[in-house]
Design a protein around this ligand. Structure first.
Ligand code: NAP
Length: 262
């Protein structure tokens, strides 16, 4: 018995966690999505990814990913567009054979107080952050149901769990993602399709680079682990939820926030 246990441990140690799996990641031209794409490739995944405006960055990423010896391709596709999402998944299935992992990462902010928030600012955030998750999840259902397995990971936010002044549109979209994630887990669990959300705390990326450095330091000081999170912190959690290491986990929201929500 002890021997079998040791053997299993050895196998895990030498195995890449996502070897041969096909992953589709939205919004991977920069920030968290880019980090996830690189770490997925390092773990042996074939990576299809999207971007919207950063065409050059998208093309450069495909080359970086291929250097890991995996298949990689970038697609310019608006995640907020229902028809485009369906066409994207058809193209990915044609190019890669299937989709094993979907990471709904694309997201935007249009921060302002409710008093000043325009209808357009509300709609843009809801469409890019929440409708996109519906669009892509609906589209990957077909290949995932066919193969009777899949892992869907939706990028929410601690703001979706807790709320935040000046971000009512963003918070609503990220809270909506959590309700959607749980419902999909309940609907598709019997088909071995898992659906989980990650709620990053304060992660230092291009999205946060534009903020006042004093404000940023203030945030770091209030976090129990006393630092902002890195893209790798989120990528590691995403690898876990994408891999068979989390085979018995579905419908959950993993807060990756340095203890911020504790
Ligand atoms: P980021 O650096 O601004 O990158 C956003 C990515 O999404 C870009 O690749 C962008 O592509 C893409 N994108 C935006 N709208 C899109 C659309 N309609 N269709 C396809 N792609 C689209 O953001 P980030 O900080 O890495 O954040 C990634 C995710 O984590 C977001 O969902 C965000 O809400 C969430 N999050 C971030 C933090 C944080 O502290 N950074 C905290 C909590 C949650 P283009 O470059 O082509 O525009």
């Amino acid at each position: 018995m002890a021997y079998t246990y040791d053997l299993k441990r050895t196998n895990y140690k030498h195995m890449k966690l996502l070897e041969g799996k096909v992953a589709l990641i939205t919004g991977a031209s920069r920030g968290i999505g880019r980090g996830i794409a690189l770490r997925f490739a390092e773990q042996g995944a074939n990576v299809a990814f999207t971007y919207l405006s950063s065409v050059e960055k998208g093309e450069a990423l495909a080359k970086e990913l291929e250097a890991y010896g995996v298949k990689a391709k970038g697609y310019r596709s608006d995640a907020a567009d229902f028809k485009a999402a369906d066409e994207l998944v058809s193209s990915v299935v044609a190019d890669f054979g299937t989709v094993d992992i979907l990471v709904n990462n694309a997201g935007i902010t249009r921060d302002t107080l409710l008093m000043r928030m325009s209808e357009q600012q509300w709609d843009e955030v809801m469409n890019a952050n929440l409708k996109s998750v519906f669009n892509l999840t609906k589209a990957v259902q077909k290949p995932m149901l066919k193969q009777r397995k899949g892992s869907i990971i939706n990028m929410s936010s601690v703001v979706g769990v807790k709320g935040n002044a000046g971000q009512s549109n963003y918070a609503a979209s990220k809270a909506g993602i959590i309700g959607f994630t749980k419902s999909v887990a309940l609907e598709l669990g019997s088909r071995n399709i898992r659906s989980n959300a990650i709620a990053p705390g304060f992660i230092e990326t291009e999205m946060t680079d534009v903020l006042d450095p004093k404000v940023v330091q203030g945030w770091r000081d209030t976090i129990p682990l006393k630092r902002g999170g890195s893209v790798d912190d989120i990528a590691n959690a995403t690898i876990f939820l994408a891999s068979d290491m989390s085979a018995y986990i579905t419908g959950q929201t993993l807060n990756v926030c340095g203890g911020m929500l504790t």
